[in-house]
Design a protein around this ligand. Structure first.
Ligand code: GCU
Length: 678
């Protein structure tokens, strides 16, 4: 029988029967015993009930009084004497308030499975982890798992506007129905929070970084509070992007100068108002003095003055300020890639303790490939969060199949050498270089009102991968791809292998047919189609020619010590490697070096020929993705299979267009023929 049609709404929480292990699961899971009376415990009970019924094909009774063989015991020492009597104090003290322990043990001579944590949210995370084991067909009779998240704040950032549009959103309009809130609550709000909780996401910034000041108006805050109340049982805290000039726009003040007493008072009163409505409000994310947004520099003050103003307003309520380092004023340096580092390293030490600086993974802007941003490891006293982008603004925009787990793994594994070799970005983020600091990771995220949430069925994997990596930045992208595939599509081993393979190669494929060898920003307008000729924009660093600098002599941006010295922003071993033409990884070649068209690559090919081959390879790989997906017809339900196939057709056509247009354009400079593919 072909699989039943699915529309993708259920994401990775389909709870489809897990295959052969089901026999063992039915033996190991005979009764559920969940302690606790909180709303979170309620959510957990409901989740387990729903999951067991569909996973095992039979309902598993709840009995909160009796333990027998095959009981699943869930609780905290505070709400369960059973858990208390296990005497796991030592182990529990090591997992904080969000971690969990899952163990197969005997209680009163009954073999049981225990999910224990210090808080109800911890037990909810443990439950979702346990359900993931079932969904992916893992054995569950000898479990001994201890987990705690590596990062404290694991946040979604929706670039959603109050009018329902989404900046760089490719999956329909905004999930938040402002016209209906606060009275009417769409069921999607809870479904969303549940999906977030299932992968450990514990907060969401619900509006665009280009923030509309009206988001902070009282009538709007009431709507926000209603949304926050739906999410609370799932441990998803509310955050907002604040417009720095809100005191002017909303408060009618003459200035938003951070040192002005009226401005200080306005923000304090606004913070009190917000916390009156949303007691567990997480804080503000701020884009200031960037791309036309107002900020402290508008008033002759620094980013630290601006961040501290808001930090002081939120501090009495334990709120945090996340201040974006995506700033690139032209007067700082001619090279956009250098500007944020120059501005922010100067301010290190001047920020309040509840301020973190949020840095995009690379120094330009979510390109298909960038070397890691030099600010990682460079701030000694200020917490740095990573900002990554799940919505595929520059990576095919929910039309192309591009799994970003590999991109993020490459970034997280990058060695900053900040404190000697091995100081990877993931360690910097986890606070291993500065113990005790605030830690976090934020994803510019992709769900919208489309039935399947993310536009492309495979784009769901990028939401999923973000959550898993924010929980554990060292998780291999391949493991995440496998988990997701099993939960989203099937547990059939061969099909899983095929899909996992498609996902793992997909980002490199995209790089190959768009911007290989360190090329970047060869787009215009909507950031989708090739526009290497783009030389007109409101600012030079929004053009393509600013970055590739192609001429008859060669191509690439010289950021070496002989060039504009951007490499010097990296720690010495990394600086030396990027600076040295022979040692610089070729995937970053034209990011750091300007090379002649006949520069000899490691493969022995001339640069021009290599470039042509890369584009050719990309087109072939895209066609291969399409071919492989066709081979899965009948193995995946017809609707999702067809919807993915339709997008793959677009992807193959686009890949061809990229190759043709880029090579025709650069060929005009290199004056060399395109070599035949081998
Ligand atoms: C990119 C994106 C903008 C966005 C900006 C940001 O430039 O194209 O839409 O506002 O990033 O991150 O602030």
């Amino acid at each position: 029988m072909p699989p039943m049609e699915e529309d993708g709404y259920k994401l990775w929480l389909r709870y489809a029967p897990p295959g052969d292990e089901i026999k063992n699961y039915r033996k190991t899971l005979r009764q559920i015993r969940v302690s606790g009376t909180s709303a979170t415990a309620g959510v957990l009970r409901e989740e387990l009930g729903r999951a067991m019924a569909t996973l095992l094909g039979t309902s598993v009774p709840s009995n909160d009084q009796v333990t027998q063989d095959g009981t699943l015991v869930v609780g905290t020492p505070a709400n369960s004497t059973l858990i208390r009597d296990l005497n796991w104090e030592m182990d529990l003290s090591a997992i904080g308030d969000q971690g969990f322990i899952i163990r197969s043990v005997a209680i009163e001579n009954h073999p049981v499975t225990v999910i224990a944590a210090n808080t109800d949210i911890g037990t909810l995370y443990g439950t979702f982890h346990f359900l993931r084991l079932l969904q992916t067909g893992q054995p569950i009779n000898r479990l001994d798992i201890t987990e705690r998240p590596a990062l404290q704040l694991r946040l979604m950032n929706h670039w959603d506007n109050p009018d329902g549009t989404i900046e760089r959103g490719y999956a329909g309009r905004s999930l938040w129905q402002w016209d209906e809130l606060p009275d009417k609550l769409s069921p999607r709000y809870a479904d969303y929070a549940r999906a977030c909780a299932s992968i450990g996401i514990n907060g969401a910034v619900i509006n665009n970084v280009n923030a509309d000041p009206r988001m902070l108006a009282t009538d709007h805050l009431r709507k926000v509070a209603a949304l926050a109340a739906v999410w609370r049982p799932y441990g998803v805290r509310m955050y907002l992007c604040a417009n720095f000039a809100a005191p002017v726009h909303l408060g009618g003040l003459a200035t938003a100068d951070p040192l002005d007493k009226n401005v200080v008072d306005w923000w304090k009163a606004k913070a009190d108002e917000i916390y009156g409505l949303i007691p567990d409000f997480g804080g503000f994310l701020v884009k200031a003095n960037s791309e036309g947004q107002p900020g402290p520099k508008t008033y002759g003050r620094t980013h630290a003055d601006g961040a501290n103003l808001l930090a002081d307003a939120l501090a009495p309520h334990q709120g945090n300020i996340i201040w974006r380092a995506f700033v690139y004023d032209e007067d700082v340096d001619p090279d956009r890639a250098k500007r944020a580092y120059i501005e922010f390293t100067k301010l290190d030490g001047q920020f309040r303790s509840n301020v973190a600086i949020q840095v995009k993974n690379g120094a330009i802007d979510f390109q298909p490939r960038e070397p890691f941003h030099p600010l990682f490891g460079a701030m000694k006293q200020t917490p740095v969060f990573a900002e990554i982008q799940a919505t595929q603004e520059y990576l095919g925009q929910a039309k192309h199949l591009v799994y970003l787990g590999t991109l993020w793994q490459e970034f997280l594994e990058s060695d900053t050498c900040a404190k000697g070799a091995g100081s990877t970005v993931s360690k910097v983020l986890a606070g291993e270089m500065q113990p005790g600091q605030l830690t976090g990771m934020v994803s510019v995220t992709n769900p919208g009102l489309d039935t399947n949430w993310c536009g492309h069925h495979f784009s769901q994997a990028n939401w999923y991968a973000f959550g898993r990596l924010a929980w554990n930045p060292q998780l291999p992208a391949e493991k995440i791809a496998e988990e997701w595939t099993r939960m989203t599509f099937t547990n059939a081993a061969q099909t899983v292998r095929v899909i996992r393979g498609m996902m793992m190669g997909s980002r490199e494929t995209y790089v190959n047919y768009t911007m290989p060898l360190g090329l970047h920003h060869m787009i215009g307008g909507n950031h989708y189609a090739p526009q290497p000729w783009n030389d007109r924009a409101p600012r030079p660093d929004w053009t393509a020619v600013y970055y590739h600098k192609a001429s008859a002599e060669g191509i690439g941006y010289d950021r070496t010590k002989q060039g504009d010295r951007a490499v010097e922003q990296y720690f010495p071993p990394i600086c030396k490697m990027f600076d040295d033409l022979k040692r610089c990884p070729e995937m970053y070649l034209l990011w750091f070096h300007r090379c002649a068209w006949d520069y000899r690559m490691k493969s022995g090919n001339l640069l021009w020929d290599e470039l042509c081959l890369k584009y050719g390879e990309g087109v072939k790989q895209a066609a291969e993705l399409q071919r492989i997906w066709q081979s899965l017809a009948g193995k995946i339900d017809a609707r999702r299979h067809q919807e993915v196939a339709d997008r793959l057709a677009i992807q193959v056509a686009d890949a061809t267009k990229w190759r043709e247009q880029i090579l025709a354009y650069f060929g005009g400079f290199s004056k060399r023929p395109v070599p035949k593919p081998s």
